[in-house]
Ligand binder design. Sequence first.
Ligand code: AMP
Length: 430
Amino acid sequence: MALQRPKGTQDHLPDGSPKLSRDVQASAFRHVQNTAQRVLERAGAQFINTPLFEEAELVKRGVGGSTDIVRKEMFTVYYFGDHGGYVLRPEGTASIVRAYLQNGLKQLPAPLKLWTHGPMFRAENVQKLRLRQFHQVDYEVLGSEGPLVDAEAIWLMWEVVRELGLTGVRVKLGSIGDPEDREAYNAYLRELFTPQLERLSGDSQDRLTRNPMRILDSKSAEDQALIRELDVRPMLDFLGEEARAHFEAVQRYLSVWDVPFDVDPGIVRGLDYYRRTAWELHHEGIGAKSALGGGGRYDGLAEQLGGAAVPGIGWAFGIERVLGALEAEGAAFPETGGPLLFLAAMDEENVGLAARVALQGRRVARVEFAYRALKPGNAFKEADRRRARLAAIIGSDEAARGVLNVKDLASGEQREVPFAELNTFLAEQV
Ligand code: AMP
């Protein structure tokens, strides 16, 4: 058997491919990226690109040493003259904050809105819509801490999926307070869970010492049963005055802007640098457990990376998950169409001429040509197969007179167009 792609990766395929599904359709990916670009750039976001691999230390500090991502799912990069300290990025936020600090972007007007899209890498147990290389659209706002920035970020995420035509999306909104609120909550959780240590999963026993809040995030059924049994109070009960006012302001904005959301006390982000607003987008079509995307405020991250304090907030959604949700809703996608014009020559000596006329036409529209001489019947068949709207065949008569006989393949209508007027004619058709 020929070589295969690595497990947990996908090829993004052209339209018409025999093994096509939405989550691997290259044009569907582009449609999501283009929609995000339109929505985000209208809000003033600028595109940023960072490397696909980073120092392991950045990811460790940025994502958190106690997370599954860092402990179990990192792809380490080795090369000759081994450095060994690079990893493929598992998410975009740490890289963008690093780039902000390293490149002096603080000098740009705040809030600075940045966005990107691209592949992320996590060595996960592969399932449907849980991949080792997946793709995210990522939006980050740096340099501003007011609740209006948070509400706008959530609105933008909502707006991207709404523009894509998704209807069954729920925003789950929470707050994880300020560091001192979290300390109080962690102390409460420690007190609650320590007598139950034996009943916690191995991972959660570990979390109890490192970061008790992450127990609530556990995927283990026994942990979840224990959490229910103990009737654990939510983080929201522990919000300080300022964090509570911030949370309420975010909710007020969202209500006025008609973004439907549910306050979900179960939203926890256990990392130290997260502050206040946190949310997830869910869709029933891809299963309750897998989020479409998530976001949060991370005012402590820049300092965690060794830089000056810079408030920040951001979100990311998985493009495969969004495509899966669109598929589940039976949403329509814009198809990549065919060329406006397909050109063929009837005899070998005019193949080059047909190509030349096509190259000229490409200044205004998509024009393709046949690479060998075709009989008229075959030329029209070929034009149909390529889903062209117009077709023209160049024979010795057309070549001598410098004209094309352009046929509209839907109506059958024909029209003579001199080579010199082709681009004006094509411009009228697009
Ligand atoms: P996270 O950075 O874990 O909050 O992930 C943000 C979003 O990226 C998730 O809500 C998913 O949509 C997507 N995502 C994360 N991990 C994967 C994965 N292994 N496969 C596909 N999508 C993923």
